[in-house]
Design a binder for this molecule. Structure first.
Ligand code: SAH
Length: 214
């Protein structure tokens, strides 16, 4: 039943303008239902809807994950920084697309649970997880070919721009309440080009780490 639902979702993503075969293939390889902790909601895993993952957070809608992944234009072995690990689904999609993913989560419970899921249960390769504040990025692992932010950012964090390679791309939803999806291409150390891709609604990007948000 879920297999049919997954095929229908992929066909629907195609209709919505997802044309990158690497993205569509990743949606076939990565099973979204494995990332939904609430078993009551499993039968909705292949609907185009965000679903709760605990700690007051959600797994993003499939179209949003597909859209951001397509904007990133991933090539094999690229080093990607993700802000907002959450369920780990977006990181798993990028890994299936051939990227090496470094992903930061600010909530300890979510970080711990997702690390077990990705490393021990799903044994997904090339995803490295960190408990920390995404506003600071990961200076030790910089520079990155690509950066993806999966929470609504108040602005483009300067540290993230700094940690992007020249020629690199950052996909980041910016705004309060509702966000504009921005694709920022770094042209030189202090020049960039910004394109906008419509409105999206994400949980907010918040400062500092937390042990457990109820
Ligand atoms: N990519 C995730 C989306 C989860 S929702 C997925 O595929 O499921 C966004 C996540 O960003 C939440 O888990 C939230 O706790 C996290 N987040 C918010 N602000 C953050 C910050 N400053 N640093 C790191 N993670 C942050």
């Amino acid at each position: 039943m879920l297999l049919g639902a997954k095929k229908s979702l992929i066909a629907w993503l195609r209709e919505q303008g997802i044309t990158d075969e690497n993205v569509l293939n990743a949606f076939d390889v990565v099973e979204r239902h494995r990332f939904i902790p609430n078993t009551v909601l499993l039968n909705r895993a292949y609907e185009n809807t965000p679903l709760p993952i605990g700690c007051g957070q959600t797994i993003s809608q499939p179209i949003t994950v597909a859209f951001q992944s397509q904007l990133l234009n991933i090539h094999p072995d690229e080093k990607v920084l993700e802000i907002g690990t959450g369920s780990g689904f977006q990181a798993a999609i990028l890994s299936a697309m051939g990227a090496k993913v470094h992903s930061i989560e600010r909530q300890l419970d979510l970080f711990r649970r997702t690390r077990i899921l990705l490393n021990n249960q799903l044994k997904i390769k090339n995803v490295f997880m960190y408990y920390g504040d995404g506003f600071a990025g990961l200076p030790d692992k910089a520079p990155f070919d690509k950066i993806i932010v999966t929470c609504g950012a108040p602005n483009v964090p300067p540290a993230l721009f700094q940690q992007l390679k020249v020629g690199g791309i950052m996909v980041i939803p910016v705004g309060d309440g509702v966000q504009q999806m921005l694709r920022i291409t770094k042209i030189s150390e202090n020049e960039y080009n910004t394109e906008t891709f419509g409105e999206f609604k994400f949980v907010p990007m918040l400062q500092k780490t937390v042990i457990n948000q109820k």
